[in-house]
Design a protein around this ligand. Structure first.
Ligand code: 5GP
Length: 178
C-alpha cells in the first residue's frame, strides 16, 4: 500500500500557541529549580527544541536523549521496547521531564517510566505533544499534554512514516494513495 500526506489536523500556529502554554506551565512548576529534559529520539526532537525555548530562564534546563525502537511494523507498537541509545548522564536525584511526540497505546512510555524510576530520579514527569487516548492500553501519567487526537496515523513536526515527512511544520493525517 502507498500512502500520501493528507489534511492538516493541527496547524503550525496552533502548535506554537500550545508550546508557549506548555513552556509557561513547566516554568511555573519548576521555577528556580534544575530540570533535565529527556527527548525520545527521533520523533520528539522538533517539539523538544521548541519546548525548551518556551521554558523561562528561571528554570535551569539541561538536555539528554534516548532512542528506542519497538519491535513491530512502522504503524503499530508491539510493547517490546529496545534501547537503541541510552542517556549520557545519570538521572539520580534529578528532576526529569520525559518528552515524547505521541502517546498511542502507552506501552513505550510505560516501559521507559519504569526504567527511569529504577534509576532513582528526584521527580519524573511526562510531556507529550499528542495523545491518542482511545488507543491507550496501559495508563501513563501525562503531566503536560499538547493535543488529544483521534485514532488516525499522523506525520509532521517530527513525526514520520517510514522515515518520511518529519519536516512538515504542522501535523497531518496520512491516507492510502492506492
Ligand atoms: P505507543 O507505545 O504509545 O503505542 O507508541 C508510541 C510511539 O508510536 C510513538 O513514539 C511513535 O513513534 C509511534 N506512533 C504512534 N502513533 C503514531 C502516529 O500517529 N504517527 C507516527 N508518526 N508515529 C506514531
Amino acid at each position: 500500500m502507498n500512502y500520501s500526506v493528507s489534511d492538516v489536523l493541527i496547524s503550525a500556529e496552533q502548535i506554537a500557541e500550545k508550546v508557549r502554554k506548555l513552556g509557561e506551565d513547566i516554568g511555573r512548576d519548576y521555577d528556580g529549580q534544575d530540570l533535565m529534559v529527556i527527548g525520545i529520539l527521533k520523533g520528539a526532537v522538533i517539539f523538544l527544541s521548541d519546548l525548551v525555548r518556551a521554558i523561562p530562564a528561571t528554570v535551569e534546563v539541561s538536555l539528554d536523549f534516548m532512542a528506542v525502537s519497538s519491535y513491530g511494523d512502522s504503524t503499530k507498537t508491539s510493547g517490546i521496547v529496545r534501547i537503541v541509545k541510552d542517556l549520557d548522564s545519570s538521572i539520580k536525584g534529578r528532576n526529569i521531564l520525559l518528552v515524547e511526540d505521541i502517546v498511542d497505546t502507552g506501552l513505550t512510555l510505560a516501559y521507559l517510566v519504569k526504567l527511569m524510576h529504577e534509576r532513582e530520579p528526584r521527580s519524573l514527569q511526562i510531556c507529550a505533544l499528542l495523545d491518542k487516548e482511545e488507543r491507550r492500553r496501559v495508563h501513563v501519567p501525562i503531566r503536560y499534554r499538547g493535543f488529544s487526537i483521534p485514532d488516525t496515523f499522523v506525520v509532521g513536526y517530527g513525526l514520520d512514516y517510514s522515515g518520511k515527512w518529519r519536516g512538515y511544520p504542522d501535523i497531518r493525517t496520512v491516507e492510502a494513495a492506492d
